[in-house]
Ligand binder design. Sequence first.
Ligand code: ZN
Length: 218
Amino acid sequence: MTDYYKQSLELLRTILLENHYDFWANWLSEDIEKWDKNRDTEHHIRAYGGMGSFNDIVIGNQDIVGLWQGAVFGQLQSLAYSLAKGENLNTIIERIGVNSTQISGWRCQNCATARLTNLDIERFLRDNTLPQIFIKLIKDNQLADILNIESIINNSEVQQKRVALEKLITETNIEISSDTTWLWSCPKCGSNETCTYRWNLLENGTTLIEASDNLPIK
Ligand SMILES: [Zn+2]
């Protein structure tokens, strides 16, 4: 049986080194040492909580690869922490296995113009697919592949979902923009009443519906 606690620490350390978080990379080296020697997880648990702690680290830039890498880091953190706390792997898998179906973007409350950026779409794809990808890699004993972000982003299932979603968004009369700057005023009607707006992708993947907790459109 794979030692997923140790493996998650090693993968976290790899990401930390890549992102020049040497202090935390060293911390994790110590975690691994203590685990190897005494099966001690207390030092790792101590990394969480409080100001400037291990869970405050930001991984990844505001680009597509960065979005995915940040989430992979979060998944690994959660795996390491839960295992350190003595939680059962199957229980952890059940908890992280929920894929989000909500996409969040921009809307004008005055004229109802709607816009999603490529990063909004990517964030959705990530939250919609990464939990299951993560679990599958654990089950296939290939968790180390989670560090190959490019291959996850370009895997055929994610790619198909991306194409289908972009088509659906366009059909729903939502504009897709590569410009990710927030629109404080509406380019169409000039109104300043703009807001964050959410849509839900229905299970069959062919319908986007407006979420019920949005601000009202005039
Ligand atoms: Zn408008």
